[in-house]
Every structure is written in C-alpha cells, then in structure tokens.
Design a protein around this ligand. Sequence first.
Ligand SMILES: Cc1cc2nc3c(=O)[nH]c(=O)nc-3n(C[C@H](O)[C@H](O)[C@H](O)COP(=O)(O)OP(=O)(O)OC[C@H]3O[C@@H](n4cnc5c(N)ncnc54)[C@H](O)[C@@H]3O)c2cc1C
Length: 529
Amino acid sequence: MDTDVLVVGCGPTGLMLANQLVRRGIRTLVIDRHAGPSLETRALGVQARTMEIYAQLDIVDRALALGKRGTGGNIWADGERRARVALSDAGDQVTPYPFILILGQDDNERIMGENLHAIGGSVEWNTELVDLAQQGDSVTAELKAADGSQRRISAAWVAGCDGARSTVREACGITFAGAPYEHVFFVADTEMTGSMVPDEVNVYLFRKGFHLLFPMRGKDHWRLVAILPPGLRDKPDLKFDEVIPVLHKDATENLHIKSCSWFSTYRIHHRGAVRFRDGRCFLLGDAAHIHSPVGAQGMNTGLQDAYNLGWKLALVVKHQAKTELIDSYEQERLPVAHALLNGTDRAFRLVVSGSWVAGLLRTKVLARIAAFAVNRKTVQRRAFRIVSQTGIRYRKSSLSKSLEQLPKSAPQAGDRFPWLRLKLSAGGPVEDMFQKACDLQFNLFLAGQSSAGDGLSEFGHLLRTWTIAKDPGNDRELERVQIPARSFYLVRPDGYVGLCGMSFDSASVKSYLLREMRLTVHHAAAATM
Ligand SMILES: Cc1cc2nc3c(=O)[nH]c(=O)nc-3n(C[C@H](O)[C@H](O)[C@H](O)COP(=O)(O)OP(=O)(O)OC[C@H]3O[C@@H](n4cnc5c(N)ncnc54)[C@H](O)[C@@H]3O)c2cc1C
C-alpha cells in the first residue's frame, strides 16, 4: 500500500483533513492539480465552531491575529438601519469566540498549510487524480503530473476533498442532486466608505435585492457581495467599474468607492451528493454539498466534515476501531448538509427573488420581523447557534446513547459538549475545559461522583477521565449549562457527547466504547490516537 489515506484536493477541507490525520500519525498523501495554494479570498467568514477546532490545532491565535472580528450584524432597508444583532451578547456564554472572524479563505488555507508542514505533512502540487478503481481492501488511483506523465498508486482510503466538480464523486458514480440558480453573484474586495457600521456585517435590503458588506482587515476595506443585474449577467470580461453605477442606483447612494483589489462573478448552485461514501471513498466539503453563500457556511461546513471524519478514519487505520465506526460519517454529516441546503435555499430565495411581492416582503416585512426578532435574547441566541455552527448536533446518530433519560434541558447524547470553565481541584484555578480536554482522546466528565477504580484503564491514552471537584463555582457552572449535579458525559474526540447518564457505571462505558464506538481494546491500550 503506497499510503493509508489519499486526500484529493488541497482546499480548506483537504487541508483540515490532512492536519487531523497527520497529527494522529496516519500516512497521508495530499494531492492537488493546481501548482500551488489558491490566492483568492473566496470564503471570508470563519464561524465560532471552526475557531474551536482551530484552537485544538493550535492555530487559532494566528487566525485571530490575521483576521478581523465582526462583532455585530446590521440590517438596513430603505436607507435606514432597522436592526442590529450584537454577536458577542448572543454567544458569550456559548463559546470563547462569540463573533464571526473575517479572514479570507486564502489566509485560512495558508495557516492550515503551514501547520501541516510543521507537523510533518506535505502537499504534492501539480498532481491530478484522473481515475480510481476500488478493490476489496484498497483503492487504485491514477495520478497525472503537470508534464502529462501518469502513475498509479494504491491507498487504503480516498477522501474526495476535490470541490464542486469532484473527480472522486464522478468516479464513484454518486449523483450530485440539485440545480443552478438563475442569478449570478459578484464579489468585490473594495476600499470604500458609506453608512456601514465599522467592524460589523452590514446587510442592505432593497426592492431588487441586497448588498452584503463584510468588514475586512485594514481601514475602509469591505467585501461586497451582491447579485449581478440581469443586463450584465452574460457580459464577457465584466469589470467592477461596470457594476458601480448599478450599485449607486440600487441602494446606497452615499457609497464612495476608492478601489477594488479583487472582483469575481459566479453562478451559484444548490446541490448535495446523495451519498457521502462509496466503499473506501468519501466525499467532503464542496464535493459533497454546494449552496448559496448566504450565512457564510460553505467553507465552515467542509472543515467540520473533515473534523468529523478525521478521528474516525485515524482510529480505523490504526486498527484501534473496527471499520464500522466510519459508517457514522455519512449518517451524521449528510443530514447536516441537507438541512443547510434547505435553510440556505429558503433564505436565498427570499433575499434574491425578483418578484414585486418579494421586494415588498424584503424591505418592509423582513426588515420589521428582523428588527422585532433581534430584540429578543432567545431569538438572538438561537440564531447565533445556527450561524456559528455551535448548535449542530448528532442526536440520531448510532454513536449517540443515553443510559438514563436526562432532563430535557440538559445536554443530550449527540450534542456538542458545552463550554465549561471549572476548578479541577478544590481551591485550584478555574480552567477552560476547551483548552484542557484534548481532541486526541475521548474525555469522560464525572459530576457528583467519583471515578475511583473505574476499570477503564485498558483504553490507555484514548480515554481521559475528569472528575469535577465539589465546589460552589463548579456547581454554578454546571447549573448554567444545565448539566445535572450527578451525571456523567463521555465526549468524543470531536467534542460531541457520545454516551451520557446520571449514574456513572464503568461497565456500561466500556460496553459503549466496544459496541457502539467499535474500539478494539488491545490496540487502544497500546497507543495514542
Ligand atoms: C467567489 C466565491 C465566494 C465564496 N464566498 C464564500 C463565503 O463568503 N463563505 C463561505 O463559507 N463560502 C464561500 N464560498 C465557498 C467556499 O469557497 C467553498 O465552500 C470552499 O472553497 C470549499 O472548500 P473545499 O476544500 O471543499 O473545495 P475547494 O476550495 O474547491 O478545493 C478543492 C481543491 O481540489 C482540487 N482538485 C479538484 N479536482 C482535483 C483532482 N481531480 N485532482 C487533484 N486536485 C483536484 C482543486 O484544485 C482545489 O484546490 C465562495 C466561493 C466562491 C467561488
């Protein structure tokens, strides 16, 4: 076997997967048909859940230093600001990152690429996957170099992170169901001034459409996203200058555009792969789902696909878990992609529809509803959880089990384990559990009960137990996130609750790890993940 995992495509999704595999010691070959990293900004919004993952990779400080924090969102209609959401208020108890980080896709790729090199991985550029064939226990991949020469390699697994026109998806014969929208979008990275609230996202709604303005690094730098007027849709070599008159006419007359450093148009599709796996091949990121950029979810969803698959694939490759564990990848991520496609499709149709009624709905009704809703704390919090992707959960997954019924308000099996700040010993310092609990292992949290002689040592470094010390501060913290005073939570490496219950019982935890998680004890004891 030439490699354990062949990662096809070195966009954000491929880079995240490669990082997750290489840091777990998996032989990984990463290829990309391009000559080097992409220099286009493309996706711009990094969501809180992605930053939590970046923290585990130890690259979040670099991302925060390079990016700009978007701390709020404003909705404008008919020249007036109708609503403002303070992201920091909505998310400050949910995540250490209660904002949207404005950081271009190129910078995200650079940071992940540098980290990949730092941990011993590399990328083979100018290498295109042209075909693949699956055998029982391996995949044969045909790779083409820039000079046209071809070579054949064998891999145990193939990850198709090769974007919307995925060769892996084609070779596996997986349908990419959906359609293009009639609209053509444009994106422009500009220097301009106007009524925009600095450092915040500004959405301008008007009868014929919308303008989305993201603050970028540097003074008066804004990313503008909008729909191209029908008259300009098919114009070849369109320049930003040709769009400016329409911009002034449609929406914000007080816009003063000084310069434009990048301009691109693109037609959006909404499509989802009907399966995310075919035997030994997987689809992730844009290869598996594409949708409108409303909500800045695309890149983030691909990164989470990779985070979901990475630890599972690593356990299987190292024979620390049986192959069946990976069935849960499609089981968990396909519904997330479908929900995202439906949600972004509905939102997109509402903001782009050209009908007279929709125009009225947008500027009058939608702006008013938004103004009403954002003043409600619960609505703000719910919206934050959806957009930040911290609310994604896998309750229906075969990996999600509860021993006893926990109160409805408590975190349940399949939920992202909440962000806790706890004293690990009585009288000790308060510690951030997102920093302490490493994602290279399972983390077992015991509240109101002891782990003495838990009988789980056979899982070696794969399992770490945290006994929450009896302390008034800890009690308040557990109450805040509605974790029952006497309960236990077994958290998967990717931060989701696998098993939970009221009374900790080591035999049940062991049985869960062997039966549901498919761990193989003798291998687990031998090594770290
Ligand atoms: C103009 C524009 C603006 C966007 N704005 C946003 C935004 O604001 N927010 C957001 O979340 N998303 C946005 N997106 C979407 C976002 O860019 C994608 O969701 C993201 O790039 C997906 O990452 P990926 O790694 O899955 O795929 P890609 O970034 O497409 O990477 C795929 C990689 O695979 C390589 N490849 C393809 N085929 C092969 C092959 N056969 N062999 C070897 N290599 C191959 C390609 O060269 C490429 O490097 C935007 C997209 C565009 C085009």
